[in-house]
Design a protein. Structure first.
Length: 425
């Protein structure tokens, strides 16, 4: 299309303007910007030159004008909901779901939001159930989004308002997730104003002075409080890294495959910190043989082999910019090697397999803490929940998956002593 680059730049500027208005809370302004952008898209979307978009791989399709306008329309749904324009929001969601060329990774979120609007705001219960059914049969709806739809279906089924529709839930393809161990610890909360993250008080022993060791009180996060709890249980090493702990190890163990040459259009310039197909299904398909070979190697590897593999990549690549690596996550190579030795080959192979096949939908939801003992090589993966905090669908799925892979997993609920907060499981 003549002027295609100019149209793309114009769409990106419109997206930035809409996002800025939303961030500032100017919802009426955002609504007007969204409507103007939608009008422009209606005028250009049927142009014959846009038909080639469907032939592009997803990792290139995201740089098209159609993808950008679809992102604007998706943001428009939130704008309409903020303005309580729920019928218009439903219309827009149905419009977005009527196509699968642009932003297919957002379809799970769209189906879930459509079901919510139909059920709670428009009181169209039967349509909401049918929406969930269609969403669960959509191949683009995966992991956390799929489980979120299942949870919504269960809540609706058990509600009094849906009593006469319960027969419609019987044949829904539900996802069942096994629960894991839950523990509760107490913490003294620091008095604070505002609605920020909870801050706790932790008694810390300063033993650098030998016999004259002193006891002091420090402020800490809910995760730091949990780390102190597990240290007392014999886990002398611990990291609060959430997904970055696993993504760093994954990238180090798969470095040469992630950055391998010969994949069409995966690297368009020498400054990229990840291949363009990394967050799409093409990543695994384009490297299937190499990935499966590496996963088999990891599965069969001894602790010595795993630590050697890690050291070779660490020594060769340390400090280089890579999207999945947080070099500061570990205090040293030795600490990373210690954790890898505790994890073992079969566990690491299982985690790397899931991340390789669907990083886009699997990177979120990994546990907050990895704690381990250098004395007996025990390790535990812990999701920490402060007062009034709940597990997300993605977190539930990862905890169940990690348990299946042989890890000891736990949800640690921190209760504020003397507060009205109660444990939520």
């Amino acid at each position: 299309m003549e002027g295609g680059l100019i149209r793309y730049e114009g769409a990106m500027h419109k997206l930035i303007d809409v996002a800025a208005a939303m961030t500032s809370g100017n919802w009426e302004e955002a609504h007007q910007l969204y409507k103007c952008a939608k009008k422009v898209w209606q005028e250009v979307k049927s142009h014959p030159c846009l038909r080639y978009h469907e032939q592009l791989p997803l990792y290139l399709r995201c740089f098209t004008v159609g993808w950008t306008y679809t992102r604007i329309l998706s943001r428009g749904v939130e704008i309409l909901q903020r303005l309580h324009m729920y019928e218009e929001a439903v219309d827009e969601l149905e419009n977005l779901l009527s196509q699968s060329i642009y932003c297919p990774d957002s379809r799970g979120r769209w189906w879930d939001r459509l079901a919510l609007n139909l059920h709670q705001h428009l009181k169209h219960t039967q349509k909401a159930i049918e929406c969930i059914r269609e969403g669960l049969s959509d191949p683009f709806v995966r992991t956390g989004h799929r489980f979120a739809l299942c949870q919504r279906a269960l809540r609706m089924r058990d509600s009094a308002s849906c009593r006469k529709f319960r027969h419609l839930f019987c044949d829904l393809p539900m996802t069942v997730v096994e629960d894991v161990t839950h523990v509760t610890i107490n913490g003294r909360m620091c008095p604070q104003s505002g609605m920020g993250k909870s801050v706790f008080l932790l008694e810390d022993i300063n033993d650098e002075m030998g016999k004259d060791a002193t006891l002091s009180t420090v402020m800490c996060s809910v995760e730091e409080l949990a780390l102190a709890h597990y240290r007392k249980q014999g886990y002398d090493q611990g990291i609060h890294g959430e997904g970055s702990t696993f993504s760093t190890l994954y990238c180090l163990l798969m470095w040469d495959i992630i950055f391998m040459d010969g994949i069409p259009d995966a690297f368009r310039n020498s400054y990229q910190v990840f291949p363009l197909d990394l967050h799409t299904d093409s990543f695994f398909e384009n490297r299937r043989t190499a990935i499966e070979s590496r996963l088999q190697l990891l599965h069969e590897a001894s602790s010595e082999t795993l630590t050697q593999l890690l050291a070779e990549v660490w020594d060769a690549q340390e400090g280089k910019a890579a999207a999945l690596v947080s070099w500061e996550r570990f205090t040293s190579l030795e600490q990373a090697q210690s954790l890898v030795s505790c994890f073992g080959g079969p566990f690491l192979s299982g985690v790397c397999q899931r991340l390789s096949k669907d990083l886009r939908h699997s990177r979120g939801g990994l546990p907050d803490l990895a704690v381990w003992s250098t004395q007996d090589s025990k390790f535990k993966l812990v999701e920490v929940k402060g007062p009034n905090d709940r597990l997300s669908p993605k977190q539930m799925l990862w905890l169940a998956e990690l348990k299946k892979l042989g890890a000891e997993v736990e949800v640690c609920h921190v209760v504020a002593v003397g507060s009205k907060s109660k444990r939520l499981s």
